[in-house]
Design a protein around this ligand. Structure first.
Ligand SMILES: Nc1nc2c(ncn2[C@@H]2O[C@H](COP(=O)(O)OP(=O)(O)OP(=O)(O)O)[C@@H](O)[C@H]2O)c(=O)[nH]1
Ligand SMILES: [Mg+2]
Length: 344
C-alpha cells in the first residue's frame, strides 16, 4: 500500500547549558566556564523511493540530539547531531502545531514562516526544526567591572513541531482505461518493484500504484526515474463521482503523458476508448490536451486477425498505438523503447 500521508513530531535538540566555573590556580577567581553546544537540527531530505513514508507509520517522533554542556577551562560543549528524515520527492511538509513543552527556563524562539514547503528534488535538504543555541559559559561574561561573574546561560530550546508529510503524486505518465484491462499488469512489467495487485475482476486497484522506470542507460546517481501512476479503472460517470474515478482523476491532472489501455478482447474497443475520453473531457477538458499513447492490451486472448482489425479501427482515433500482451516480451520491449524515447 502506498502511504501518502503521515503525521509526525519533529524535534530539534535543545542547546547545552553554559558552565559556571572558576580557575583554581589563580587567585583572581577568574571565570573559566565554557559555552554549551548547539542542539542538532532536524531536516527532511528528498529521495526517489516513493515508499519511504511507510517507515513513519510506526515511529512517530523524531528528535535531534541535545547540545552538550560547556566544560571547564572554557571548553565548548559538543554540538548535537542533526537528524535527517528521508521523504519522497513531492512531499509537502505542513505545520500542524508548535509544541511548547520545553522546561520553563528555556527561552524559545519559533520560526513560523517556513511552512508549508515542498521537497521537489532528490538530495534537497530542508530545515524543519532548528536546534537551540548553546548557552554562554561564565567566562563570556567577564568584564572589567565584573571579573568573577557567577552566572551562565541556559541553552535555548530546540524547535518542535507536529507536522504532516503529504506526498503529492508527481507522476510523469498516467495509466488509464476501463477496469480490468491490464493497467496494473503493464505497470508491474515495466516497473517490477511496484508489485501492484492484479486480478481478474473490476476495481482490483483501489488506490494509485506508482512505479519508477529507469530509462535504458540511465545514470542512477544523476538521472531521475520516470514515474508511472496506475490509477483505478475509470467507468462511465467517473467525472460525476461514479466508481473510484473522481478521486483519482485529480492525480492524472498532474501527469504529462497518458497511457490509455483498451482490452483487445473487449466487445467494442472503440466504444471503450471513447467512453474514457468522454469522462476525461467532462472532468477537465484540459486533459484532452495531454499527449496520449494508446495500447491495445491482452492481445494473446484473441486472434491476430482480430488484433489487426482493432488496431486498424483505433488508428483513426489515435495514431500512436501499440498492441501488447504481458506474455509477449517483444511487445513489452516496444513499450520500453517508447518510454525511452518520449522521456528523453
Ligand atoms: N491473457 C492476458 N491476461 C492479462 C494480460 N494483462 C493483464 N491480464 C489479466 O487481466 C486481468 C486484469 O489485470 P489488471 O492488471 O488487474 O487490470 P487493471 O486494468 O489494473 O484492473 P483494475 O485495477 O480493476 O482497473 C488479470 O487477471 C490479469 O492477469 C495480458 O496481456 N494477457
Ligand atoms: Mg489495476
Amino acid at each position: 500500500m502506498l502511504i501518502d500521508e503521515v503525521e509526525i513530531i519533529a524535534r530539534a535538540g535543545d542547546g547545552g547549558a553554559g558552565l559556571v566555573a572558576f580557575s583554581k590556580q589563580m587567585k583572581m577567581h577568574a571565570p573559566t566556564g565554557g559555552d554549551g553546544g548547539a542542539g542538532g537540527d532536524l531536516y527532511v531530505e528528498g529521495v526517489s523511493d516513493l515508499n519511504v513514508l511507510n517507515q513513519y507509520r510506526n515511529q512517530k517522533e523524531f528528535s535531534a540530539e541535545k547540545g552538550k554542556p560547556g566544560g571547564q577551562n572554557r571548553r565548548h560543549g559538543a554540538d548535537g547531531e542533526d537528524v535527517v528524515l528521508k521523504v519522497p520527492v513531492g512531499t509537502i511538509v505542513y505545520k500542524l502545531e508548535t509544541i511548547l513543552d520545553a522546561p520553563e527556563e528555556f527561552t524559545r524562539k519559533q520560526a513560523e514562516g517556513r511552512f508549508p514547503f515542498e521537497v521537489t528534488e532528490v538530495d534537497q535538504r530542508i530545515l524543519v526544526a532548528r536546534g537551540g543555541k548553546g548557552g554562554k559559559g561564565n567566562a563570556e561574561f567577564r568584564s572589567s567591572r565584573k571579573t568573577s561573574p557567577e552566572y551562565a546561560q541556559k541553552g535555548l530550546a530546540g524547535e518542535a513541531f507536529k507536522v504532516r508529510l503529504e506526498l503529492r503524486l508527481i507522476a510523469d505518465i498516467g495509466l488509464i482505461g476501463l477496469p480490468n484491462v491490464g493497467k496494473s499488469s503493464l505497470l508491474n512489467e515495466l516497473t517490477p518493484k511496484a508489485a501492484a495487485k492484479v486480478a481478474n475482476y473490476e476495481f482490483t486497484t483501489l488506490e494509485p500504484n506508482l512505479g519508477a522506470y529507469w530509462v535504458t542507460g540511465a545514470d542512477w546517481e544523476r538521472d531521475k526515474p520516470v514515474i508511472l501512476a496506475d490509477i483505478p479503472g475509470l467507468i462511465e460517470g467517473a467525472a460525476e463521482g461514479k466508481g473510484l474515478g473522481h478521486k483519482f482523476l485529480r492525480h492524472i491532472e498532474r501527469t504529462k503523458v497518458l497511457f490509455h489501455c483498451v482490452a483487445a478482447d473487449s466487445a467494442d474497443p472503440v466504444a471503450d476508448y471513447k467512453a474514457i475520453r468522454a469522462e476525461l473531457t467532462k472532468y477537465n477538458p484540459e486533459l484532452m490536451k495531454k499527449e496520449e499513447y494508446l495500447f491495445v492490451t491482452r492481445t494473446d486472448t484473441v486472434s491476430p486477425e482480430s488484433v489487426a482489425k482493432t488496431v486498424k479501427a483505433m488508428m483513426k482515433l489515435n495514431k500512436r498505438i501499440t498492441a501488447i500482451s504481458i506474455y509477449d516480451d517483444e511487445s513489452l520491449d516496444s513499450v520500453r523503447s517508447l518510454l525511452d524515447e518520449i522521456t528523453e
